[in-house]
Each structure stands twice: as C-alpha cells, then as structure tokens.
Write a new protein. Sequence first.
Lengths: 478, 478
Amino acid sequence: MFNREVYQNRRRILLEKMADKAQEGKRGIAIFTGNVEAPQNYRGNDYKFRQESSFLYYWGIDEPGFAAILDLDNGEEAIYGNDVDIDDIIWMGPQPSVQSKAEKAGVHRSAPAADFDNEVRKAVSQGRPVHFLPTSRYYNTMKVSSLLGIPAEDVRKVAPVSCGKASEELVRAIISMRLIKEPCEISEIDKACEIGYLMHTAARQGCKPGTPEQEIVGRMEGVTISRGWGVSFTTILSQHGETLHNHSHNMTITPGNLLLVDAGAESNTHYASDFTRTYPCSGRFTQRQRDIYDIVENCNELAFKLCRPGTTYRDIHIAVAKNMLEGLKSLDIVRGDVDSMAAEGIAGLFMPHGLGHNMGIDVHDMEDLGENLVGYDDDQKRSSQLGLGSLRMARRLHPGHVITDEPGIYFIPALIAKWKEDGTDKGFVNYQKLEAYNDFGGIRLEDDILITEDGARHLGPHRLPIKADDVENAMAGE
Amino acid sequence: MFNREVYQNRRRILLEKMADKAQEGKRGIAIFTGNVEAPQNYRGNDYKFRQESSFLYYWGIDEPGFAAILDLDNGEEAIYGNDVDIDDIIWMGPQPSVQSKAEKAGVHRSAPAADFDNEVRKAVSQGRPVHFLPTSRYYNTMKVSSLLGIPAEDVRKVAPVSCGKASEELVRAIISMRLIKEPCEISEIDKACEIGYLMHTAARQGCKPGTPEQEIVGRMEGVTISRGWGVSFTTILSQHGETLHNHSHNMTITPGNLLLVDAGAESNTHYASDFTRTYPCSGRFTQRQRDIYDIVENCNELAFKLCRPGTTYRDIHIAVAKNMLEGLKSLDIVRGDVDSMAAEGIAGLFMPHGLGHNMGIDVHDMEDLGENLVGYDDDQKRSSQLGLGSLRMARRLHPGHVITDEPGIYFIPALIAKWKEDGTDKGFVNYQKLEAYNDFGGIRLEDDILITEDGARHLGPHRLPIKADDVENAMAGE
C-alpha cells in the first residue's frame, strides 16, 4: 500500500473529473465494489485473493469484502467492511479495525458492509445517479444487479450513466488517470519487471534437452511467489509457440525445437510485468530459426526506437508490420510491393495479434473497462484486419504510458491453409516456400516500455538478453 | 484422466443408486455443470482453471465450458460443449473434437453447449425432476437459477428434489461413492502426498534464521507446480501458528519462534494432499516447546493407532482430546478430572478445530455438498462444543476412507482472555500457568491416512519426520 496521500490525491482528481458543472447537485454517487474471495473447487477453498484493480487504485485496501462510495455532489467518502469477531480471530488472527484500515487510505468514515447496500438503495430510491464500473467477477455482477434492480447483463455494459448501465463517465475518468503512471507506480512496475527478469532467467537456465516443460514452469513460478504476489497471468511456456496462448506444459525439451516463454510477475502491490523470449532448445539457433528470429528481434528494436510522445502506437504497429514483411520478403516467403501487402493486412497471417497493450495494475491494463475506451483515442477507429484488429493499444503516446512491445512471427498451419483456400493473401504469399515452415512453430519477443518526456525506456533494472548471439552465449554459459 | 471404463463404471453405479423403484418412469434427469474460467482481475485474465470436482469424477473432462446430463429414466448420457473455430485455433491451438473428448469418458453422445440449456428447459417444461448439485461458483449458480427459474439462494440449498433445490438424493448418492476411494484414486493421492512430502522438505530446509517467509513459500509452491497442478489450498506458513489459517508471509524466520507449515499439493489429476509440520526456527526446540510438541505428536500417533474400520472418527477425536488434556494436566495448565473436563469440552480452548476431514479430489472432500452430509452418518449429531463442533469427519470408518489426522495445540490470547472472562473453563484451567504461554504460538501435526481392511496406513511413499528428535536431526543436517 502506498502512503495515504497517494489515494487522497487520486480521489480528489477523480472528483474533479466527475464534477460536471451542468449536473451540479445531481451528480449522484460513484460506488466501488471490492472483490470477495473466489471459490477454486468449493467455497472455503479459494483462489489466492486478488483485489479489484480500480478499488485498489483509489482505496488501497487489499482484502476481501470491502466496498466504497464517493459522493460526487458533496465529496464525502466512506469505506464499508466488517470488523472481526472471536471466530475470525481464531481462524484469521487479530485484525486492525475497518476504521484504521480506512484511515490508512486517508478515508475518515467507515461503516459495516451492510450499510453500503443501504446507501446504494437509498440513492436509487432518491433518483440519484449511481455510477459503477463494469464488473468482472460474477459475484459483483449479481450484487450490483440486485442493488440497482437492473439486469445482470447491463452491469457489464458501458453507457452514459443515465442509461442504467456501467457509467461511461466514470470509466473515462478512471482510464484517463490510470493510463498515466505515477512515479510510485513506475517504481512498482520496475520491481515487477525485475521479478520477471529473474523468472525468465530461470526459464532460460532450465531450457535443456530432456527437461519436462512443467518443471521449468514450477521453477519460474516459484521465483514469482518468493518475491511477489505471483504470476501476472498464466504462464505460456511451449514448444508450440505458434499457438499464441498455449497453457499446456506436458512436453519435454527437445533439441531442434524453439521454446517460447511468455510470462510475467505481479509485485506484492499488484503491479505487473510481462516478457516474452524464445529459446533454441539445443542452445543454438539453426540458420532457418535465426533468419526468422532476427526479423522479430529487429521489429522489437524498431518499435522501441519509434516510441516517443506524439506518435500513435497504431502507427508503430503498422511500421513494424511493414518491417516484418520486408524481412519475410527477403526470405521469399512473401512477394510483391511491401506497401501494398501491408495495406492488405498480409502481416496478420504471420502476426495475428497487436504489437502491444497497456500494462499497470492489470497486465492488460483496465481490460475490464473496455478495450476500445482504454486503448483508442476518440479519433481512432479499430481496424477489422487480422492482427491490427487485435491491437489493444493504439493511442497517441504520452509520458507515463506503460506498454508492451511484442512483435512475433508464427507459422500456424490451419491459418495458412485457410488463407490459401480463401485467397485471403491476394497473391502476395509464396505458399511453396511458406508451407515448408509448417513445422517451425513461432517466435515472440516482448519487452515492457515506459514512455518518457523525450522517448522511452525499458522497464526493470535489467533487460533479458534478446539478440540471437547474446541468447546463445547466455545459454552456453549455463 | 483415467481410462474410460472408470467413468463408465461410476456413472453406471450412480444410475443404480438413483434408480428409485417407486419413481420409475418419472425419475427425471441429473445435470452436471462443469466450471468455466474464473476471472482473476479481469475477464480474460483468469485464475488457473479448476474443474468442478464431481464433474471431473463422473465425466473426466478437465476443460472449461462443458456440461453433462444423465437421464435417470432411460440411462442416456450426453456431454455438451463447443468445438473450436479458427480464432480458437490461433489462440489455443488445434483441439480434439468435443465428440472425441466425450468418447474418452466413454460417452457416445455429444452436442453443442446451447443444447444443454435447451434439454434442461425441456425437462422443466415437461415437469420432469431435474437433479442438480449445489454450486460453488457464482457463474454456475446464476446459470442453474436461470435455467430452472428458481432463486439463486435455492441453488445452494440441499433438499429432496421435489423442493426445487439442490437434490439431496443426488448429493447422497455421490457422497456414498466419492467417500470410498478406488485403487486408481489412492494411487493418485499417493502421488499428491509425495509432492507434499517434497514441498514440506523444501520448507524445512528453508527454515533458517533470517530467511523471509515469502521466500520459503515460493520454493514450496514451485515444487508443486513443477510436479503437479499446484497447491491444494493456500499455503499456511507462519510464526503465528496460533492463528489457524494465517495467510500472511511477511515475517523473517526468527530464532526462538516456531514455524507452522500447513500445505499440500494437488496432483495433475487433481487429487489432494495436506500435511502440517511445526519447526523450531533455531533448529532445536526449547524445553517448553518440546513439552507441547510431544503432546501433539503423541496425539497424532494415538489417532493413527485407533484408526480402523468400525470405529467412528468422532470417538477418535474425543480420545485424542482426552489424551491432550492428560498431557496439559501433566504441565499443570489444566487441573482436575480429565473425563469431566473432556465432557465439558475444555480441549476446545487448546484445539478449537476438529481432528481431521475427508480428503480426495477436494482437500476438504466434497465440502460443497454439505459438511454434515459428507462427514456425519445418519445416526450422528454434530456437537455444539468448540473444537468437536468443528469436526468435519465424524463417520464410522470404512476401508477406502481417506482422512487427515491433525491434532494441534494453540495458545490464542484473545480466546484465553474470553474464556477467563466468561468462566467457560468451569474452573479446570490454571490461568496463572496458561497465561505464560500467551507468546507461545501454536503447534499442529498432520498426516494423511487411508483406512484399510484391518487398520490404516499413511499415504505417500515417504513420511515427513515428525518425532521431535527426528525433526531436529533432519534440520541439523540441512
């Protein structure tokens, strides 16, 4: 938890952003439903508790069963939760009071959890607008649906508050704040990146022929739990890197394969890191692997160099896609004019995902608030092309943005076959050459980047080796 | 996943158990809702998937988004789920068809997920009884509530099927089966226990002055992920062992303290282990620590010796509680006639929990089906005493039962103060002596036990050192 001033300041700014003059006296309340425990196999055996991210951002309390209200008309704020009884003390130990927890977040009023429900129902009955965020957890969806008397599906839709859905006004205000990271947040992301560096180092060291993939995953995740909250998302570690989110780890490291490792850590304060590296299982790349690897590495470097305030990340995605096509053209996998094939979205066959995403308290920061509101400026439209259409962060860059830079090239047999059958490639693809890569797998290389006043910097005190020679040298010494 | 015959056999037996002659032709259907992904911080960033345990037991498929129906009138069975499209292949890789997944569980009919909803609604509209299990996850609660048109809170209440709540008939039939472990299950529990042995060995080796608790937890959990699905419940590792479920790990190992470690692993097939050991942080127990430790160790041993078919675990809990009071009397912490103080429930002050619980696919096996139905025979009544009242497994023991044996002694200052104030101890407690233990902490020692034809055996190929001398010797050599 940060100092109370951090949270007080955030709520003050939020209040200002929500202070629509035209609505003076009838702005209503903003409610924040913290998470409760989430059952793993049965109630009582819960997953590791994860607080709702915006609740954490504004109210700081990292425990289940809390809620908060910010009155947009008079600025009053309160935290709701229950104090413990003797049974709780036996099972969970003595606990500070709810009031003292509230004080740590700079909130001077606290009340029992049931009062939250009463306050919300009162506001509804008085016809005051109730601003709430779209809920990710089913429990909170049910709770908000019941308190406000609206259908569950509306709790997850974002629209102006007058529509009785999740409040677009509140969502926009929060996005505008959480997108620009404060110095105390950047310091936490640096920590998460250092844990990520250590977990990826464990992965590289474990990448030896004969080692079960699952064993490496355990070593990596052990590092994150020893030093942080845990993984920021389910670890991807696969010799089938062509499957973008491959979560099975049942193979053994086999010489000749590539091992793609996409993993990150969450710090104890819940800030994320997210890195990808791709390793030659034999310790050295074949020439064919290195040809593709170098293209991806070059794209990663290009994106980083282009990052600076004022440029849009959409334009950087497009520049990277062109660069990738140039590289593939030099290998005779695609043929023709690169600008034309870029315009036709041919890069999507090789990189069917976006160049990167926002990162912060969530590894895909604020994804629950709506991908387009988070990742696109008002004057930007989302593409429908494969690849560019999956771009989660397209915005004009500002200092304080934290984003990932993660180009990749994948040879996905089913997708190649479908494009060939459908003629989607418009004649740009040399299938004779391409189909020889059907057994190749995939390569992705990902760093975490902070946009600074005059450019960008890699987050974390150490950068994982990325140049093909450096990777081979690191593996040779391990 | 086991061989298809295992699942076919289980469903055949379930069908027989549900074949009430009096209801012939109007028995209805039994529905099984598998789990979907559970959002961690936002939808799309999910916790590690955990299948619903009874779905796993009868239908075997360990993936999100499946459901199944067993027709109790004609024995027809079907699995419902969706095949993948090209988008899924890009992100998740090529997948076997739903039909082939169903065949692996010996089910010959499969259909798209939406057909499940239609089939259930059809049965409801025809007035056929729909047997379902109480749901743990909110998503399934909402789904069943909506399909059956019943209030969400009724989805979690167990009553005869005619009451429109979770089916007591189905719950009882399933409990009777899952309580008695099959040889293939025992073999999996043995594997989970071996992972548990390795994770606890890592904990003992890490218990050195100056080491952060969190670092040890990471090492332990890394072991479980390298070899199994992960932890079977959130690891308890604490120098405040007097708090029964202490999940904070922010202290550093400090000489003179006791470190209580209660942790277990879940095998890749989702069977649990659950062990507790308590270590002297300096490597050797003080005399005061050893006095209490030996009482607990002796209780653990006594319970194991008493375990055999025909005895009730309730009686073993009571015998252990008496033995504990004898030990505490020898230390002059309690005074008077042991039988009388046992009858008054004085042991609950020191051990406010039960001696053990059932263990299987869930670490507290089937807790979601109802603690009393799972843990108590029809002729047994749950006590209201502190300690005995928390006993989760009281039943008459049968071969194939898998239970934990986990006595503990805790000195909980708030509870001691409350008993003193309320006079709950009926004069049996020597507070002058007892209050000197307010800084002691707690000790718990837990093994996993299989009831055999003529007694019991410890589960897992290796047993963790438990005698005080053996623990000290193991620590000295590390």
